[in-house]
Design a protein around this ligand. Structure first.
Ligand code: AZA
Length: 295
C-alpha cells in the first residue's frame, strides 16, 4: 500500500480581531473560522510513524493567530493568501497549503439613525468565504464565495415545458414561490505570487459586493423560467462585472413550498391561483449546479 494523497492541519480555528480607531473611537470587528491544511513530503508520518516531518496542528493553529495579529484580516483573500504562503515559504518539505476562511456577519448597529461605534448584530447565517491554495512554484489559487444567503420570492418564478412521461406528476406552473440558499463561488485568475494578490486587494471587496448585488437583483427581478436559467444569468453578469474572475459557479437548492388542498373542509379553495397557505418543505429539495466560464 502507498499514500495516494494526504493533507492535514487544524480546522474550526475561530478567530476574532478588533480594530480600534484611536481618533474616532470607532471599533471594527472581524470574526472568522479558519481551516489550514498542509501538503508535501509528509508520507513518512503516515507510513513509518516518522513525526519529524510533522508541523504539529497545534503549531498551525498558533500560526493562524500570529498571522492574524501581524497582518490585516481583511479582505479575507489577502489574509488567507498570506497564511497559505507562509507555510509553503517556511517549511521546505511543505509544497502546498490549503486555507479556508469563513467570515461571519457582525453588522454594525444603526441606532437613532447613527452607526454605533462598537455594537454589532449577526444578521443572518450568510458568510463570506475564501479558499486559497498556495502551491510551491505554481502561485496562489483564490476562490471567493457567498454562502448561506437564504432568499425567497413569493411570485415571479415559473417552471413549465419540462419532460412529461410515465414518471411525471409535477404540474406545470406559471406562478410559484422560489426559495433557495445562495452558494456562489467565483474563481480568480491564478495569482503568480503574494505580491500579485496584494496588488489586487482593492478588487476583492468590490467583487464580493458585485456578486451579492447581482445575485439578489436577478433573483428578485427575473420572472424566472427555472433555477437553471436564472443562475446562468447570475454567472454571466458576474463574469462581466469582474474581469479578473475566470469562472463562476452556483449550487442552489430548490426549497419547495407545497400547496395544501383544504377543500375537504367546507370546500375551502387553497390550490392553484387560490393558494395562500403553503407547506414549506425541509426535504426533498431540488439541487441545481453549474459552472460558467468565458467562452
Ligand atoms: O427550477 C426548477 N428546475 C428543475 O429542474 C425542476 N425540477 N422540478 N422543479 C424544478 N424547478
Amino acid at each position: 500500500a502507498a499514500i495516494v494523497e494526504a493533507r492535514y492541519g487544524k480546522d474550526n480555528v475561530r478567530v476574532y480581531k478588533v480594530h480600534r480607531d484611536e481618533k474616532s473611537g470607532v471599533q471594527t470587528v472581524t470574526e472568522m473560522t479558519v481551516c489550514a491544511l498542509l501538503e508535501g513530503d509528509i508520507e513518512p508520518s503516515y507510513t513509518d510513524a516518522d513525526n519529524s516531518v510533522v508541523v504539529a496542528t497545534d503549531s498551525i493553529k498558533n500560526t493562524i493567530y500570529i498571522k492574524a495579529k501581524e497582518n490585516p484580516v481583511t479582505p479575507p483573500e489577502l489574509y488567507a493568501s498570506i497564511l497559505a504562503s507562509h507555510f509553503v515559504d517556511t517549511y521546505k518539505h511543505i509544497h502546498a497549503a490549503h486555507v479556508k476562511v469563513i467570515v461571519h456577519r457582525w453588522t454594525r448597529m444603526t441606532l437613532d439613525g447613527k452607526p454605533h461605534p462598537h455594537s454589532f448584530f449577526r444578521d443572518g447565517n450568510e458568510t463570506r468565504n475564501v479558499e486559497v491554495t498556495a502551491r510551491e512554484g505554481k502561485g496562489i489559487e483564490v476562490r471567493s464565495s457567498i454562502s448561506g444567503l437564504l432568499v425567497l420570492k413569493s411570485t415571479g418564478s415559473q417552471f413549465h415545458g419540462f419532460v412529461r412521461d410515465e414518471y411525471t406528476t409535477l404540474p406545470e406552473v406559471w406562478d410559484r414561490i422560489l426559495s433557495t440558499e445562495i452558494d456562489s463561488t467565483w474563481k480568480w485568475n491564478n495569482f503568480e505570487s503574494l505580491r500579485s494578490v496584494r496588488a489586487s486587494v482593492p478588487k476583492f471587496d468590490k467583487a464580493w459586493a458585485a456578486a451579492r448585488e447581482i445575485t439578489m437583483k436577478l433573483f428578485a427581478e427575473e420572472n424566472s423560467p427555472s433555477v437553471q436559467n436564472t443562475m446562468y444569468k447570475m454567472c454571466e453578469h458576474i463574469l462581466k462585472a469582474v474581469p479578473d474572475v475566470d469562472t463562476v459557479e452556483y449550487s442552489l437548492p430548490n426549497k419547495h413550498y407545497f400547496e395544501i388542498d383544504l377543500s375537504f373542509h367546507k370546500g375551502i379553495k387553497n390550490t392553484g391561483a387560490d393558494t395562500t397557505v403553503y407547506a414549506p418543505q425541509s426535504g426533498p429539495n431540488g439541487l441545481i449546479k453549474c459552472t460558467v466560464g468565458r467562452k
